[in-house]
Design a protein around this ligand. Structure first.
Ligand code: PGA
Length: 252
């Protein structure tokens, strides 16, 4: 049985004190999620990670939004997996489409980050997803397949089991235009088939795949009803505690 997972991607929002305020109010939600066997977490900016970690109730997963693949050294502006681990971060979002677009991140570069995280016992949340142009050309499957094959290349089945995948069609992110449940399910089912080719049926059946892109309290239940969708990576609707609560309720 795959455990459901709700992860809020705060992107470049919330100062350390705003993050702390959110974390100090989230305890009833963490309890509700636990009672219903759902993992919940948030991904603040690097700067807000310590204040969220300090104020969070036990059980709230804290993720970064990126990581560098090196351990330490002359990489100005970067943060390593060891540093994340040292402050209590357990997860890191890798290859978000905004990083691919604005920071030139490739699936090859993501592969190094995924491996560096796994080496430290951290969980990579590896993102994939196609542009509107690719979607309209009907090339979603081949595009996403390449992202998965390159991003997770060289992993053992044991390592792959620790990875969470997030499928986020770029045209659905922050646009209010979420993918239809059928589109999301079909692509996620295809991703699972790709994982099966790479790591075998048993591993593919156990790996968690989230949908992301304009997930809201009003539509989360629909996605959760699809057989291959195991949770949601949520941007805008994760910033407000009431809306985050409604997302958890929608996943029950
Ligand atoms: P959104 O963002 O929920 O605001 O569309 C999702 C994401 O980018 O992870």
């Amino acid at each position: 049985m795959r455990k459901k997972f709700l992860l809020g991607n705060w992107k470049m929002n919330k100062t350390p004190s705003e993050g702390k305020e959110f974390a100090s109010k989230v305890a009833p939600l963490v309890k509700l999620a636990k009672e219903n066997d759902i993992d919940i977490g948030v991904a603040p900016t690097f700067l807000a990670l310590p204040s969220v970690l300090d104020a969070r109730p036990e059980g709230l997963i804290v993720s970064s939004q990126n990581v560098n693949e090196h351990e330490k050294g002359a990489y100005t502006g970067e943060v390593s997996p060891t540093m994340l681990k040292a402050v209590g971060v357990t997860h890191a979002i890798i290859g978000h489409s905004e990083r691919r677009e604005y920071n030139g991140e490739t699936s090859k570069a993501c592969n190094l980050k995924v491996k560096a995280l796994l080496a430290q016992g951290l969980v990579p949340v590896y993102c994939c997803g196609e542009s509107l142009e690719t979607y309209e050309k009907g090339e979603t499957f081949s595009f996403v397949k390449e992202q998965i094959e390159t991003g997770l290349a060289g992993l053992s089945s044991e390592e792959a089991l620790k990875v969470v995948i997030a499928y986020e069609p770029i045209w659905a992110i922050g646009t209010g235009k979420s993918a239809s449940i059928d589109d999301a399910e079909n692509t996620i089912e295809f991703i699972r088939d790709t994982l099966k080719e790479m790591f075998g049926q048993e591993t593919a059946d156990e790996m968690r795949i989230l949908y992301g892109g304009s997930v809201k309290p009003e539509n989360v239940r629909g996605y959760m009803g699809a057989p291959d969708i195991d949770g949601a990576l949520v941007g805008g609707a994760s910033l407000d505690i009431e809306s985050f609560k409604a997302l958890v309720e929608g996943m029950i």
